[in-house]
Ligand binder design. Structure first.
Ligand code: SF4
Ligand code: SF4
Length: 104
């Protein structure tokens, strides 16, 4: 619960014991229309190592029982960290506009 954290601490003692980005799904609400890039996983190359799941600061990557990662685009912020850390280089950052044109 994000409201457990005092976002305007007046003293060091008021500061939270953990970072503000404590993993929780959608802590700050759904991503607006401002996102410009979205990650796309090439499942043919994915080794299910879970590195992307581990590093996503929004905790929006979930896994199947067999470890297959899935990204919740309602909450993904498009930061690209998952693509940077993927050891198989199988996550591409794709412009949202291009994705919408392909889907249309
Ligand atoms: S980091 Fe890359 S290889 Fe590992 S689970 Fe995620 S997408 Fe797959
Ligand atoms: S782009 Fe950022 S927020 Fe979206 S799934 Fe990757 S690491 Fe998480």
């Amino acid at each position: 619960m994000v409201n457990e954290v005092d976002i305007n601490p007046k003293t060091r003692g008021d500061m939270p014991k953990t970072s503000y980005s404590k993993p929780t799904i959608g802590s700050m609400g759904k991503t607006g229309s401002w996102r410009t890039f979205s990650p796309e996983i090439n499942y043919d190359e994915c080794s299910k190592c879970r590195t992307c799941w581990l590093h996503c600061p929004e905790a929006v990557i979930s896994q199947d029982e067999d470890g297959t990662p899935h990204i919740d685009y309602d909450y993904c912020k498009g930061c690209g960290i998952c693509a940077q850390v993927c050891p198989k280089h199988c996550i591409s950052m794709v412009r949202d506009l291009e994705k919408k044109e392909v889907e249309a």
